[in-house]
Design a protein around this ligand. Structure first.
Ligand code: AMP
Ligand code: GLY
Length: 422
């Protein structure tokens, strides 16, 4: 098969690494990719949101399967573009269509979906600009802390959790008047849920589904889960507090009704569902849906998949996922993210990375790197995720940390407490 992966992060490197192990693979392209993916296939200088350029590339290169990594092209309608084009129709594409991508692209849409299918989640109401007075009155009926969510995509910054009512009401005004552009002109106000978070990933062909390994990411920049939120500073799989009983509850109360709901809906969902969950007094509740894999969770999920991932993707695209057997390793996987100094705020780029050739017993998934002549340099806030497998979480972690200590660039930073139970 000739496969094109869209994206340039650690998630896409990890998926490309897994896809490249398949006997079904004839040629792998990654658009735009990074210095890591360049070792597995051919990087193509293409913007995943430039659909006409994607079209000419896919036709010229006779692509059989497109795997969409990030949410932006999905929310922009890349799947609809392929399905509605006579020449692209026969190319398989893994990802939900534009309407279905609203599960991630609109918090209000996601909450309505959960309400309709009785999927446990925080109680909520949504408001739009013009509704300020009503929204503030509603806030005043809730207990602190107050959770305000911009409806649309806001680069991971659209969720505010505020302790003080007056401050929350002020933020509400700011959001509805466009603090995050159009994304916050509608917002969701919801009940605060306290508990431990984890992530469940589901691959679905729209009828049947497979549950991928459960994972937990460490979102805050600082040790002890302090400081600003990031895309994710590390991850582990499996998750110590998610036992079989919890997974059974997640499957029966959340995964099954979600997939049934996707089936019944008048949109097409072929791809990954990332369910962000929180355990509240022993019960799982949904915090959010994403319509893609997580990053850095993919960097621990892929190493634990033993079966042929490309074969699973092919079967998914062909509506035959039920025939597949997903094999998961019993081993523990961990990943620690090396980031640039200043991340998640402003940070420099172009710092030369050394030590990659010294790595042992780890998988180095590039998140933000590029090739500059014959050098590998930093090219993002998150730079490299060092993943490892081990017979225990501790063994995997000691490999990840030995790996991260072996690499070097100016301003390298990473969390020292990935894997600790919070
Ligand atoms: P979201 O973008 O919806 O995943 O929210 C980002 C983060 O905000 C989540 O990972 C949680 O840590 C936190 N969060 C979101 N909703 C709630 C809630 N209802 N209660 C407590 N924390 C929340
Ligand atoms: N690590 C969280 C995410 O990918 O959204």
């Amino acid at each position: 098969m000739r496969v094109l992966v869209l994206g340039s992060g650690g998630r896409e490197h990890a998926m490309s690494w897994k896809i490249s192990q398949s006997n079904l693979l004839e040629k792998l392209f990654i658009a735009p990719g990074n210095a890591g993916t360049a070792e597995l296939g051919e990087n193509i200088n293409l913007n995943p949101e430039d659909f006409p350029s994607l079209k000419s590339f896919c036709l010229k290169q006779k692509i059989d399967l497109v795997v969409v990594g990030p949410e932006a092209p999905l929310v922009a309608g890349v799947v609809d573009y392929f399905k509605n084009d006579a020449e692209l129709k026969s190319i398989a594409i893994i990802g939900p269509d534009k309407v279905a991508s609203q599960l991630e692209g609109s918090k209000k849409f996601a909450k309505e979906f959960m309400a309709k299918h009785q999927i446990p989640t925080a109680a909520y109401r949504s408001f739009s600009s013009g509704d300020e007075a009503e929204a503030k009155a509603f806030l005043a009926t809730l207990k602190a802390p107050f959770v305000l969510k911009a409806d649309g995509l806001a680069a991971g910054k659209g969720v505010l959790i505020i302790d003080n009512l007056a401050e929350a009401q002020e933020e509400l005004d700011a959001m509805l008047s466009g603090k995050f552009g159009d994304a916050s002109k509608t917002l969701v106000i919801e009940e605060f849920l306290g508990g431990l978070e984890f992530s469940v990933f589901v691959l679905t062909d729209g009828k049947s589904y497979k549950v991928l390994p459960v994972a937990k990411d460490y979102k805050r920049v600082g040790e002890g889960d302090t400081g600003p939120n990031t895309g994710g500073m590390g991850a582990v799989s499996p998750v110590s507090f998610v036992d079989n009983t919890m997974m059974e509850k997640v499957i029966s109360r959340i995964v099954e009704p979600t997939v049934r709901g996707l089936n019944e809906a008048d949109f097409t969902y072929v791809g990954f569902v990332f369910i962000g969950l929180i355990e509240v007094q022993g019960e799982p509740m949904v915090i959010e849906y994403n319509v893609r894999m997580g990053d850095p969770e993919t960097e621990v999920v892929m190493p634990r998949i033993k079966s042929d991932f490309l074969q699973h993707l092919k079967a998914t695209a062909e509506g035959r996922l039920a025939e597949e057997k997903l094999e998961i390793s019993e081993e523990f996987a961990t990943t620690v993210m090396a980031v640039s100094e200043g991340y998640p705020g402003t940070y420099p780029k172009g710092k030369e990375i050394s030590g990659l050739d010294k790595l042992k017993e780890v998988l180095a998934f590039h998140a933000g790197t590029k090739l500059l002549e014959d050098k590998i340099v930093t090219n993002g806030g998150r730079v490299i995720a060092i993943s490892a497998l081990g017979s225990s979480k501790e063994e995997a972690l000691s490999r990840s940390y030995a790996g991260i200590k072996a690499i070097c660039y100016e301003g390298i930073e990473y969390r020292k407490d990935i894997g600790f139970d919070l």
